[in-house]
Design a protein around this ligand. Structure first.
Ligand code: ATP
Ligand code: MG
Length: 392
């Protein structure tokens, strides 16, 4: 039986100044995930996060927390009172629990002497303790370069801790540590991946989706709700703003050149998302654009959408990614199967026959002069529907 799980947060330690804040966020997120496991205790201990298991199964707990952002690696470990003799007893307990006594196995001891008042150096301790272990277990032999079994020991003032396994976690930064960002989410493959990648950098997520109801149907709306609900497993609670773009699209369709339809609606999406973002204290927008993927995603296309946003940066984590790699992430996080369900998208309503790939800014601006931008934006925002989505 293991006593604790050591949770490491590599990237956090790099930012020494924010260490406490980062660890607090990580503790909070782990507590949130393990709220049903009343028996475990999650705390900052020995300069990192530790989970006291009581009677809980270590690997069940590890499976529950291995996709939490900020968890770099985990080790199920055993703990005893301090002291050199106790350390030997503890090492034996670990070997008895984890190893096959009948199998020849190479091993290595790595003792860290954290209690510097002890009068033996770490090296000496390794040699001395190693000999004791060899005497006790004839099936073990030493291999310091490439051991099958490395026993890590922490010799501390108040406790001894030993472990051999290191299980990789999700990495990234604890949720919310870098504030909040507003994602523009469609029903496609890309934007859920973009949202996940930015949330992984420690952002809380606010989501905006544009539809053209009744031109787009209820099912396409439900698909986006399903996608965002799925993302809450990684991102925590997400508010989803459902904005009807139809009135705006009709206006553009009536008054502006056909080939500018996509770019002009895109600019409205960005304006509306920016206003919602500001209302909810977001400090960035997120989109799933990738250079050259479709007609509107050229440098000039991106410039045209970018320059209506002037109060925050636009994060485009997929900008340099190949479609194959994007799909790989979508499959890993489980959004792919939802994204590929065929539904109408608001962008396919009024789709121009030949969208402008090199939109001219003067033409964009002169087209927009025919529209009452502020009124259209305000009205779309006022009529939006807001859903609060949580982990199921
Ligand atoms: P996706 O797979 O995310 O739909 P895409 O390759 O289909 O991306 P576009 O349709 O050109 O590309 O959209 C580019 C980005 O604009 C999307 O990644 C998303 O961030 C945003 N976007 C597009 N359509 C919508 C929509 N209906 N609601 C909200 N955001 C949208
Ligand atoms: Mg799309």
């Amino acid at each position: 039986m293991y006593d604790i799980i050591i949770v490491r947060n590599g990237e956090i330690s790099v930012k020494k100044k924010n260490k406490a804040e980062f660890e607090n966020a990580l503790v909070k997120n782990i507590k949130y995930r393990l709220y049903k496991n009343k028996e475990v205790k999650i705390q900052k201990e020995n300069g990192r996060v530790e989970i006291s298991l009581a009677n809980a199964d270590a690997f069940e707990i590890i499976k529950k927390i291995d996709d939490i952002f900020g968890v770099v690696s985990m080790s199920p470990a055993m703990v005893s009172d301090s002291g050199y003799d106790n350390l030997f007893e503890l090492i034996k307990r670990l070997i008895d629990f984890e190893m096959d006594k009948d199998k020849k196995t190479s091993f290595k001891l790595s003792i860290r002497r954290i209690d510097k008042s002890f009068d033996m150096q770490s090296n000496q301790m390794n040699i001395d303790m190693g000999e004791k272990v060899l005497k006790e277990y004839p099936n073990l032999y030493v291999d310091v370069k490439n051991p099958e079994f490395e026993i890590h020991c922490e010799f501390r003032k108040d406790v001894n801790i030993v472990y051999s396994k290191k299980i990789l976690g999700e990495g990234g930064m604890p949720r919310g540590i870098n504030g909040r960002a507003c994602t523009l989410i469609s029903g496609g493959i890309d934007s859920p991946v973009a949202t996940y990648l930015m949330a992984r950098r420690g952002l809380f997520i606010e989501a905006v989706h544009f539809h053209s109801y009744p031109f787009t149907n209820e099912r396409s709306k439900q698909k986006v709700i399903d996608l965002v609900s799925h993302l809450t497993a990684y991102c925590g609670k997400i508010r989803l703003h459902l904005v009807n773009l139809l009135d705006i699209q009709k206006e553009i369709n009536e008054k502006c050149p056909e080939e500018y339809m996509t770019i002009l609606s895109r600019r409205f999406m960005m304006r509306i998302a920016q206003d919602i973002a500001n209302e909810y204290e977001c400090t960035a927008l997120i989109t799933g654009e990738s250079l050259g993927q479709v007609a509107s995603q050229t440098s000039l296309g991106l410039l045209a959408t970018d320059n209506v946003v002037n109060t925050m940066p636009v994060f485009r984590p997929l900008i340099a990614m190949e479609k194959d790699s994007i799909i790989e992430v979508a499959k890993k996080i489980g959004t792919y199967d939802i994204s590929i369900i065929k539904e109408e998208d608001c962008c396919t309503v009024f789709l121009p026959k030949k969208p402008a790939t090199k939109p001219k800014m003067e033409k964009v601006l002169s087209s927009e002069e025919k529209l009452d931008i502020d009124k259209l934006v305000k009205s779309a925002i006022e009529k939006r529907e807001i859903l609060e989505l949580k982990i199921k």
